[in-house]
Design a protein around this ligand. Sequence first.
Ligand SMILES: [Zn+2]
Length: 199
Amino acid sequence: MFFISGKNKMLIKEYSESQQSCKNCKTFNIEIEVFSEYFHLYLIPFFPTGTKTVKIHCGNCQDVIEDQSLREHYEKITKNPFYIYSGPILVVILISLIVNLNLSTQDEKARYAADPKVGDVYMIRNETFNSSFYTFFKIVKINDDTISAYQSNAEYEKFTSNPAPGDYYNKERKLLLLRSDLKTMLNMNKITSINREDE
Ligand SMILES: [Zn+2]
């Protein structure tokens, strides 16, 4: 059962049949269970194999009842539940969450770049001939159209949400930018992230 992938069975529906009686005890209390076989991945059902099993027994004396036509009838009328497709459903949900998260991040970035505030921290992707590296700068002053920022000392090989401890924004590494420069950098996809403290 605990293999990475394989087949499994689940109970998908239970019925009770009061039109027929048990041949053994004559009680009108026949119970029907319909099982569906499915493929699983890490025990998560992905889709049904198409094979259904119907088990019929007497609810009173528990005698197993072999009734071909009853079995076929319940096999036919019982549909697979949606959760037999849990795997693909989860995949779709996960993808849409990632897409949404990405869209809202892009949205936020555009909003912040259009309306810069003192304290905003930008992570910038710098492209060189055959590699790319990241740097941070922090906006320290905004005068009308001109933005002053201090760059941090270190360069980073991959995305980091904040400068490493010990790395700090250096007054000696001052940047002067125009508001339009932020927009240009955003359009050129050079801005990896913008962090705003109070939001
Ligand atoms: Zn019975």
